[in-house]
Write a protein that binds this ligand. Structure first.
Ligand code: PLP
Length: 388
């Protein structure tokens, strides 16, 4: 009798998000005329800029021409894009850079680099994909609490082999400064621990004390693998392009030799058209336009924060990140608060419990929605608070 991989039975995230969809769908069936406003979704709402679209169109035409056609062989990514990434970091060689199809793929697949007996550390709360990927791989993990008492900046008091750090953080909406990250780098160097640094929201960083990359911290090339993506930066959530850095200096001997074997076995390379689009994000004109888009999202975030604080909500994040981590009122649990917002205000938020038990008294709001949706939602919350 064929047996399923038991690890798949542990995956929880899908169930949690399915529960959100189930409740929303039930509401829609029972109230077909009510307009729902979605402040939960982590997808972007702005279209891809023209410069990128034009470049992708050129790439499509090249693929239809016998002289410029490109096929298999670029397992680790095209040089033209790697060169731009090297310019960005001002260190690293092409050999240390991997172009891929999304940070979700990359932050989870990287677990195949490690022995199954490794012990991983997760923040509670954190992006739930990390936990589920560890479960699927059968790698054990423990949580460390990120809460108001430690300013959402936990540090471990035992030895771990792997830790996921997400900054700017989904769901907390805060970005970690140099001092805090330095503590982690020192810890990792001392304990031979690898930091998986999920930096997909780097383009939202505006604070000068927040490093744009973990590699700004001394010693980090020995212990950190960094992940970035064009998804939120350049609206590539539907296009798919990302990259990650595995430094040759990493404490794992010959790490790139072994990881290249893994990549070549399981991946035939990222989409050429997507990589050409990513290339176009680096022109001066594109940088200005992309920054303007990100600034618009950040303006939305500041607006949500200011308005909710006026209504006595406790709001975290939203400065170097599109996310706001907001405390439920009246000590309500996540799902009760979610139902209240859905049924009374017709607004969808993400219940904090989805990200871990420490999220139970919180909800996550995203400023990536359209400005009009955000403004309408805030007006609804204001009127509701006035009446109740
Ligand atoms: N990491 C975090 C923290 C995210 O929030 C997301 C997407 O929302 C991802 C990774 C996945 O990004 P990508 O679209 O590049 O797969």
């Amino acid at each position: 009798m064929i047996k399923i991989n038991k690890n798949l039975l542990n995956v929880q995230q899908v169930d949690n998000f399915e529960e959100v969809s189930k409740r929303v769908n039930e509401y829609k069936i029972n109230n077909p005329n009510n307009k729902l406003l979605n402040l939960g979704v982590g997808d972007v709402s702005k279209p891809i800029i023209k410069e990128v679209i034009d470049e992708m169109n050129k790439a499509i035409n090249e693929l239809g021409n016998i002289d410029t056609f490109k096929g298999y062989g670029y397992f680790y990514g095209h040089s033209f894009l790697k060169k731009k990434i090297i310019d960005e970091y001002k260190c690293f060689t092409e050999e240390e850079i991997y172009i891929s199809d999304g940070a979700k793929t990359d932050t989870t697949n990287i677990l195949e680099l490690f022995d199954k007996d490794s012990l991983a550390c997760l923040f509670n709360p954190s992006y739930p994909v990390y936990r589920d990927a560890l479960d699927i791989m059968g790698i054990k993990y423990e949580y460390i609490d990120a809460n108001e008492f430690n300013d959402f900046r936990p540090l471990p008091n035992k030895k771990y082999d792997i830790v996921y750090i997400c900054s700017p953080s989904n769901p907390l909406g805060i970005a970690y400064d140099k001092d805090y990250l330095t503590k982690w780098v020192k810890y990792a160097l001392k304990n031979n621990c690898i930091i998986l640094y999920d930096n997909v929201y780097d383009s939202f960083i505006r604070s000068s004390n927040v490093p744009k990359t973990i590699y700004e911290i001394e010693g980090s090339k020995k212990i950190a693998i960094e992940f970035r993506s064009y998804s939120k930066k350049a609206s590539f959530t539907g296009v798919r392009c990302s990259y990650y850095i595995i430094p040759n200096e990493l404490i794992i001997k010959d790490v790139n030799k072994y990881w290249k074997k893994r990549v070549m076995t399981k991946f035939n390379g990222s989409d050429y058209i997507a990589q050409r689009g990513a290339l176009a994000t680096y022109s001066d004109k594109s940088i200005i336009k992309i920054n303007k888009n990100i600034d618009d999202y950040l303006t939305n975030a500041r607006y949500i924060k200011e308005e909710l604080e006026k209504l006595n909500y406790k709001v975290y994040g939203g400065f170097d990140s599109p996310y706001l981590w907001i405390k439920n009122k009246n000590n309500m649990s996540s799902w009760n608060f979610f139902d209240l917002f859905l049924n009374e205000l017709n607004i969808i938020v993400i219940p904090g419990i989805v990200f871990g038990t420490n999220g139970d008294n919180y909800f996550r709001v995203s400023a990536l929605a359209k400005k009009s949706v955000i403004y309408e939602a805030i007006e609804r919350i204001k009127s509701y608070e006035k009446e109740n």
